[in-house]
Design a protein around this ligand. Structure first.
Ligand code: MOS
Length: 742
C-alpha cells in the first residue's frame, strides 16, 4: 500500500447478483400479512382542501384504511427537524410555513399527498386511490421563479453568505468585460428504481425498515426522532439501490407517514411511488438563474468576477446548495464576489442532484470563461492556464493536491484539441457543423467520520463490514480493493457486508465522500489486523521469527520477505499455530486536524466534440473525453464506469433534461420518462475516461479523493462551449434544444 501501486481493473463484486436477479431492492422484500400503500396527490398548487370524500375508497375491495388529514395517526416527533433538511440550522419556525404530511387541509404544492390508501394488494390500493375525491378552495400558486426573482432572500446559512475578495465591482474597470445570464431548469433525478419504503413494526417500539435511502443510519436517526424511540430499536436495510443521484439523501415525509400508518394498521406496509410522484415528492435540481460579470485585461488575466445565483425553494423549507462556490477558488483573480439567494415558491422542496449546486454553478462560470476567451481571441485552455492557481485563493492555503494542468493536457490530446479552430462555425462535415468545447469541474474532497470492522478467518478469508449503502458507484468493490491492498488477501476471498444498520456506522452515501470516509475505516481496521499478524510472525512465526516488522510484506494470503523467496508464512497457518480462529478488528476513522491546513478538492476536465445540424438545430455529442484528477484510483473499472455515467447524465443536462411546469396549475406537464428525456444509448457516444491517478498525500491513507460528482460537474458547459464553437450561437439556457439554435 505504501508503494505506488496501480490497482487492477476488477469486476464489480456485486455485478453478478445485479444482473442475475440475486440483488434484492427494497420493493423486492415480501413480508407475511404485508399491506400496500398508494398516495393520492393534490390537484391544486396552493389552497385548502374544502372536502375530501373517502367513502367509496373505503368500501372498495381489500381496502384496509384511507388516511387523510382527518384521521392520520399522530407522528410524535413531527416538530423535530426531519433528517437531511439541508445543511446548517433550519429557519426559525415562525419565518416559514410548516409542511407536515396529512396534518392539515392546507395545500403547499401540486401533488402534495392528500390521502394515503392502504389495501391488501397494490392493485386494489391503486384502484381505491382513484375513488378518493377532493374539492378545494384554490389560491394562486406562485411557481415561476423568473417572475419572482426580486423576492430572493439570503438563506442565512453559514455556507451561503455573500463572499467578497477585493472589490465587488472590480470587473467593471477591466479593458474587456462580459455580462451574461444563465438558467438551469428543474431537473429530476429519475433513477430507474422507484422510491418508497417497507415498514414493519416488530414490537411496540421496534421497527424493521427496508428503504430506498442513501444512508441507512440517517433513516434510522430520522425515524427515531419522528417516533421518539431509541435508534437502536430501528433496523434499516438498503443493500442495493437502483440509482439515487441525491434523492435518497434525506428521509421524505411520505416515508415517515408509511411508518406511522403501518403502526396504526398493525401490518407491514409497503409504498412504491409512481413515476409521476417521483417528480414532486423526492426533490429535484432547483430552477436557478445566474448572472456572471467578468473582466479581464488584454493579456488574458482575470481582473474581476461577480457571480450571483437565485434558486427556487419551497415555501416550507429552505433548501440551499453550493452553486457559486467554485467561483471563489477556481481561478487566480484579485476581485471576486459571490451572492446566493433563494425564492420560496409554491413548489415541493428541491434536493441535491448529481453534482448538486456545483454543476449548476460550473455551467455558468465555465460558459463565461469560454465567452471571455472568445472575446480575447484566446484558446479556452490557454485562457484558463493564464489564470491557473496552485494555491486556493479563497482560503489562502495550499490544495492537498491538484493536477489540473496535466488533466487539461491529457484531455486535449485525447479529444484532438489541435483540430479545433478558434473561429466559430468554421468546420463542416457535409451538412453538419463541427465544434469542440471543454470545461473544468471541481467538487470538495471530503473525509467524513466512519466506522468499519474487518474479520480475518483462519481459513484465510476476510469479511469487511460497514453500514454504508452502495447506490451504484461500486462502493463494495472499492472497499474490497482497499482491504486487499492492505492485507494481501486474494480478492475472491474477501466479502463485503454493507447497507444495514446492524453493521458499523457509516455516513450517508453522497458527496463523493464514501471511498475516502468508509475506505479509510476499512484501511485502519485491516491495518490493525496486519499489525497483529506481523507481531505474531516476528515473535515466533517460523521462517520469519526474529525479523524486523518492516521487512515483511503481505500478498496472496502470505507474509513474506521480498528478496528471500523461501521465507514466508501463510496467514492461516500463523493464525492456527496461535490458536486464533478469527482476528476481529474495528476502526473509527476520521481525518486529523492537519487536514484543515489544506483545501481539498477533486478536479475534472470534460472535452466534447459536437455535430450540429444547422437545418434542424439537432446537437449530437459525437466524442467525449473526461479526465479525473481525484487522487489514487482505488477501483479503475468501477471508477471509469462512474465517469461514463456522469457523462451520460451530463449529456442529458446539456441537451434534453427539463421538467416543464405549466404555471397556470403549478404542475409538471412532462412527469414521465417518455416526455422527460434522459440520455439514452442513441444520445451517448463512446466515452473516453482518463484518470490522472496520482495519490493525494493529505486526505487519507489511500490517497483517494472523490469522483462521483466531478464526473458530471462541468460537462454541460463543455457542450454549450462546443455548440458555440460549431455554430457561433451561445446558448445560456439549458437544455440546448433544437429550437434554441434556429
Ligand atoms: Mo449525491 S447529489 O451527493 O447523491
Amino acid at each position: 500500500m505504501t508503494k505506488d501501486l496501480k490497482n487492477p481493473p476488477i469486476d464489480r463484486v456485486d455485478g453478478r447478483m445485479k444482473v442475475t436477479g440475486g440483488a434484492q431492492y427494497f420493493a423486492d422484500f415480501e413480508l407475511p400479512n404485508m399491506a400496500y400503500c398508494v398516495i393520492v396527490g393534490s390537484e391544486i398548487g396552493r389552497g385548502n382542501i374544502a372536502s375530501i370524500d373517502t367513502k367509496k375508497a373505503q368500501g372498495a375491495p381489500g381496502v384496509l384504511g384511507v388516511f387523510t388529514h382527518q384521521n392520520m395517526p399522530p407522528i410524535p416527533g413531527w416538530d423535530a427537524p426531519v433528517g437531511g433538511e439541508a445543511d446548517g440550522p433550519a429557519p426559525k419556525p415562525d419565518t416559514i410555513e410548516k409542511y407536515r404530511i396529512l396534518s392539515s387541509p392546507k395545500i403547499l404544492f401540486d401533488g402534495q399527498p392528500i390521502a394515503m390508501v392502504v389495501a391488501n394488494s397494490f392493485e386494489r390500493a391503486t384502484y381505491a386511490a382513484s375513488l378518493v375525491k377532493a374539492t378545494y378552495t384554490k389560491q394562486t400558486a406562485r411557481t415561476d421563479l423568473e417572475k419572482h426573482l426580486a423576492e430572493g432572500i439570503a438563506p442565512g446559512r453559514p455556507g451561503s453568505s455573500d463572499y467578497l475578495r477585493g472589490k465587488a465591482d472590480g470587473y467593471q474597470s477591466a479593458p474587456v468585460t462580459l455580462e451574461a445570464n444563465y438558467t438551469i431548469p428543474v431537473e429530476v433525478h429519475n433513477p430507474m428504481e422507484l422510491h418508497g419504503i417497507l415498514a414493519h413494526w416488530t414490537g411496540t417500539d421496534s421497527l424493521m425498515i427496508y428503504a430506498k435511502t442513501q444512508g441507512v443510519n440517517a433513516t434510522q436517526d430520522a425515524m427515531a426522532q419522528a417516533f421518539k424511540i431509541d435508534p437502536k430499536k430501528i433496523h434499516v436495510h438498503t443493500e442495493f439501490m437502483g440509482g439515487g443521484f441525491g434523492m435518497g439523501l434525506r428521509t421524505w415525509p411520505q416515508e415517515t407517514a408509511v411508518v406511522a400508518i403501518a403502526r396504526k394498521i398493525g401490518r407491514p406496509l409497503k409504498l412504491v411511488m409512481t413515476r409521476d410522484q417521483m417528480f414532486t415528492l423526492v426533490g429535484h435540481r432547483p430552477y436557478t438563474v445566474q448572472t456572471i460579470n467578468m473582466g479581464a485585461d488584454s493579456n488574458g488575466k482575470l481582473i474581476g468576477i461577480a457571480h450571483a445565483a437565485t434558486a427556487e425553494t419551497a415555501s416550507y423549507e429552505d433548501f440551499t446548495e453550493a452553486t457559486v462556490n467554485m467561483t471563489k477558488f477556481m481561478y487566480e483573480c484579485p476581485n471576486v464576489s459571490t451572492r446566493y439567494r433563494i425564492v420560496r415558491l409554491d413548489r415541493s422542496v428541491p434536493i441535491w442532484m448529481r453534482g448538486p449546486g456545483e454543476a449548476t454553478g460550473a455551467f455558468a462560470l465555465e460558459s463565461a470563461m469560454d465567452e471571455m476567451a472568445h472575446k480575447l481571441n484566446l484558446d479556452p485552455i490557454e485562457f484558463r492556464l493564464r489564470n491557473y492557481t496552485e494555491t486556493d485563493p479563497e482560503h489562502n492555503r495550499p490544495y492537498s493536491s491538484k493536477n489540473l494542468k496535466e488533466a487539461y493536457q491529457r484531455g486535449a490530446e485525447a479529444i484532438g484539441w489541435n483540430k479545433r479552430k478558434n473561429e466559430p462555425a468554421s468546420q463542416r462535415d457535409g451538412d453538419w457543423l463541427i465544434g469542440y468545447g471543454m470545461s473544468t469541474g471541481t467538487f470538495n474532497a471530503f473525509r467524513w467520520e466512519a466506522s468499519a470492522r474487518a474479520l480475518l478467518n483462519a481459513d484465510g478469508s476476510l469479511t469487511i463490514q460497514s453500514a454504508v449503502t452502495d447506490i451504484g458507484p461500486g462502493t463494495g468493490t472499492a472497499l474490497t480493493m482497499i482491504a486487499h491492498n492492505v492485507l494481501g488477501v486474494p480478492l475472491n476471498r474477501i466479502k463485503v457486508a454493507y447497507g444495514d444498520t446492524s453493521l458499523p456506522k457509516a455516513p450517508t452515501q453522497g458527496g463523493s465522500a464514501i471511498v475516502s470516509a468508509v475506505g479509510s475505516a476499512v484501511y485502519d481496521a485491516c491495518t490493525k489486523i496486519k499489525k497483529q499478524l506481523v507481531d505474531l510472525a516476528v515473535k515466533d512465526g517460523g521462517q520469519l521469527a526474529g525479523r524486523q516488522a518492516d521487512e515483511l510484506m503481505m500478498a496472496d494470503g502470505m507474509l513474506s520477505i521480498e528478496k528471500e523467496p523461501g521465507k514466508k508464512v501463510a496467514l492461516s497457518d500463523l493464525m492456527r499455530t496461535n490458536n486464533l480462529t478469527v482476528i476481529d478488528k474495528s476502526a473509527d476513522s476520521k481525518g486529523g486536524p492537519e487536514l484543515g491546513k489544506y483545501s481539498m478538492y477533486s478536479f475534472s476536465v470534460h472535452f466534447v466534440q459536437v455535430r450540429v445540424n444547422p437545418l434542424t438545430g439537432v446537437v449530437r455529442v459525437s466524442k467525449a473525453v473526461s479526465v479525473a484528477d481525484s487522487g489514487r484510483i482505488i477501483s479503475p473499472k468501477t471508477a471509469a464506469s462512474q465517469m461514463i455515467g456522469g457523462v451520460a447524465g451530463g449529456i442529458g443536462m446539456a441537451l434534453t433534461e427539463e421538467a416543464i411546469i405549466d404555471h397556470r396549475f403549478g404542475r409538471f406537464v412532462n412527469n414521465n420518462l417518455a416526455d422527460y428525456h434522459v440520455a439514452v444509448h442513441a444520445d451517448v457516444p463512446a466515452i473516453e475516461t482518463i484518470m490522472i491517478d496520482k495519490p493525494d498525500p493529505i486526505i487519507n491513507p489511500m490517497g483517494a479523493k472523490g469522483m462521483g460528482e466531478i464526473a458530471l460537474i462541468g460537462f454541460a458547459g463543455a457542450v454549450a462551449n462546443a455548440v458555440f464553437n460549431a455554430t457561433g450561437q451561445r446558448v445560456r439556457d439549458l437544455p440546448i434544444t433544437p429550437d434554441k439554435l434556429l
